[in-house]
Design a protein around this ligand. Sequence first.
Ligand code: CO8
Length: 265
Amino acid sequence: MGFGEFSTIAVESIGPLWVLRIHRPEALNALNSIVLNELGVAIRLVSEMDTEHAQGLIITGAGDKAFVAGADIKELAKLNRTEAEKFARRGQAVFHELSLLKLPVIAAVNGFALGGGCELALACDFIYASENAKFGLPEVSLGVIPGFGGTVRLSRAVGIRKARELIFSGEIISAAEALQMGLVNRVFPQGELLKAALDKMTVIASRAPRAVDLAKKSILNAWDLGIEEAQHMEAENFSELFDLADTREGLSAFFGKRKPVFRGI
Ligand code: CO8
């Protein structure tokens, strides 16, 4: 399956930057198994591209009302216990792959990011939001709980107490509240959101790609490992860069008082 063959997502490239839109307008972009599968394929395709062709990914929702309004409740309602576990594990696996992508990923949340939609945004490196964005994990109001990594990632993103408050109450919060609790990095008027995300990604893409990748890896280690092991890995990642042409280029450009030209090698 290539990028042209999707039915529930739309993928567009702007130079080496990719924009992936979840596109199910009839269901506020809710994640059914087709979306999850297509998302999984798109993530794999992007992960297989070389640096020249892929330097950043922005995930957003089609239209101006929803990023993703959750897992598809019609599909959830038909699941038995075994199928529910399979569905949760599938979503978790796709979001895990997304979180491990070597290139930076920004969620541009342009409306409702509820349940699985909030979990998708949390699996991205950071979140920009439009002023009308709404966040929440309202699963308990349906009798379920977050199942695509939300209990884990929200706790890590905003702290366990805020996460408990949001998940136990199922309350939906505004972009301004999400900004205040550190769930969202920045908020923009709806019409400026995508451009802001692309502008930031352009800045990131101008840096040494392997350095950004290894910084991302080190930050993920900081979450998963103890402080000693994480710092050990940081030193390993740091030293790995000293075998690369881009590192020599970055350091010598500083002394030459010129802009570095990075090639991802
Ligand atoms: N799933 C399926 N369809 C949806 C969803 C959804 N999550 N959200 C909205 N839709 C559909 C509506 O049914 C409606 O369809 P129709 O026109 O055919 O009736 C259409 O989208 C438009 O929605 P509304 O008319 O409801 O629009 P409103 O502006 O009135 O309301 C809301 C917008 C507030 C976003 C409202 O649609 C809503 O509350 N949606 C559900 C939000 C929600 O609870 N999300 C969490 C879902 S559970 C989840 O994500 C669990 C993840 C982990 C799964 C683990 C698997 C085992």
